[in-house]
Write a protein that binds this ligand. Sequence first.
Ligand code: 45D
Length: 158
Amino acid sequence: MSTITSDSTAQIVSSFGNLSTDQKLALLWYIYKEVGKSITPAAPGASTASPAIAEGIFQQVLAMSHEEQLQVQRDIIDRKDGPVSQEYGSLSDTTKLLFWYFLAQGMDRTEIVPMPEDYTLEANASQCLTQLQALDHSEQITVLRDFVAPMGSESTKL
Ligand code: 45D
C-alpha cells in the first residue's frame, strides 16, 4: 500500500471519529446504500468473520422495539456499557462489520428502525462519504473495519 493511500485512509478514519453519534449512524447507512451494492459476502471459509455470532447479536437487536434498536446502536457507537454493547466489543473487527451489515439489511427489510426520510448528512459527514467512494474496494473495507473496530464496550470480558 502506498504512503499516499494509507495517509488518506487514516484521515478518513479520523474524520469519521469526529462525527456525532447520529451522523456516524447516518453515514454508515449511506455507505451501505452507495458502497453496499458491491459487497459480496465472502466465500465460506474465505473470511475471518463469524456469521453465526454476528447473527445471534443481530437477533437480540431485532427482538427490541424500534426505540430500543436505535438506543442500542447509539450505545455501541458511544462505547457505552450494556449486554449487546459488551458482546459487540468481544467480536473480531470483521465480525463487527458483518453485524453492521446485518443491521443494514434488516433496515432494508424494515425490521430495524429506518432512517427518517428527511435526515441529511452534515458537510463533514458527506465529505467522508465522498473520500471513501474514491478508494478502491479493498481499501473501503479496511476503512469500514477501522470505523467499527473501536465501537462497543470492553468493560467486562465475556
Ligand atoms: O430518528 O461476509 C438517526 C467482509 C437520526 C467479509 C436514526 C464482509 C435520528 C465477510 C440516528 C440517523 C467483512 C469483507 C434515527 C462480508 C433517528 C463478509 C437512525 C463485508 C432513526 C459481508 C439511524 C462487509 C440508523 C461490509 C438506525 C463491507 C442507522 C459491510 C443505521 C458493510 C445504520 C456494512 C446502519 C455497512 C448502517 C453497514 C445499521 C456499511 C450499517 C452499515
